[in-house]
Ligand binder design. Structure first.
Ligand code: DX5
Ligand code: ZN
Length: 219
């Protein structure tokens, strides 16, 4: 596997009452922290409001990859970039102006990324690839950690990798990524991996990040 591999642990299943300690367990071995923002409208779950998220972003020792699972996301996405996220991912299903929102995120200094739910066809969004830095293919229905990887998404990952071609766009997968599934996702073309329960339910979260990285590299 020649592509660069990035591991972005999700703190969704970490201990919210002591996030600083949870983040410090994996900071040295992770590329980003993946911060799941849910509004109880776009998905049937709630995590952090903007103020709480902003303070996590401001205090994190490593860059934050914000994944916004919120309705009417256009303006909010730009606010998450202004709050200091290194990367902001918004769902195409929740955006009115995909191009303009991606442009606003970049103008605020963050990487811009679009996410697709399992039922959304990447071919319908191929024209937007030129304006983004990453595509997130959801490999579970968004809303909860600890679900099983949807194997049928492997084909969508391959199709997305082909559509990206030689553009320097990262291809992220999120949902059910574990030592058992990460290699298949990497072989299909993913290079950026969210892992929530695999990391934070493990006895040694930092070691798990390293094991996941090695597996994704085919080592
Ligand atoms: C789910 C979130 C994920 C979640 C992944 O909607 O977007 O980031 O934390 O959790 P696992 O890795 O347990 O599937
Ligand atoms: Zn996520």
């Amino acid at each position: 596997m020649s592509q660069d591999i990035r591991i972005t642990p999700s703190i969704l299943n970490a201990d919210f009452s002591n996030l600083a300690a949870e983040i410090s367990k994996i900071a040295e071995v992770s590329d980003f922290i993946h911060l799941d923002i849910m509004d109880n409208i776009f998905v049937p779950n709630f995590t952090f409001d903007f103020d709480a998220a902003s303070s996590i972003i401001a205090s994190s020792p490593i860059p934050i990859d914000s994944h916004l699972m919120v309705a009417e996301v256009d303006q909010i996405a730009i606010q998450y970039a202004e709050a200091g996220s290194a990367s902001v991912t918004f769902h195409v299903e929740a955006a009115k102006d995909i191009r303009g929102t991606a442009r606003g995120i970049r103008a605020a200094g963050a990487r811009a990324s679009i996410a697709l739910k399992p039922g959304t066809n990447i071919k319908d969004y191929a024209d937007y690839l030129d304006g983004v830095d990453m595509v997130l293919i959801m490999t579970v229905e968004p809303g909860f950690g600890g679900q099983s990887f949807i194997e049928a998404m492997l084909e969508k990952i391959s199709i997305t990798r082909k559509l990206i071609g030689d553009r320097p766009i990262w291809l992220q997968v999120d949902g059910g990524i574990s030592l058992e599934t990460i290699e298949r996702a990497a072989q299909a073309g993913a290079d950026t991996f969210v892992a929530g329960s695999a990391v934070f339910k493990s006895d040694d979260p930092a070691e798990m990040v390293t094991l996941l990285r090695n597996k994704a590299r085919g080592e």
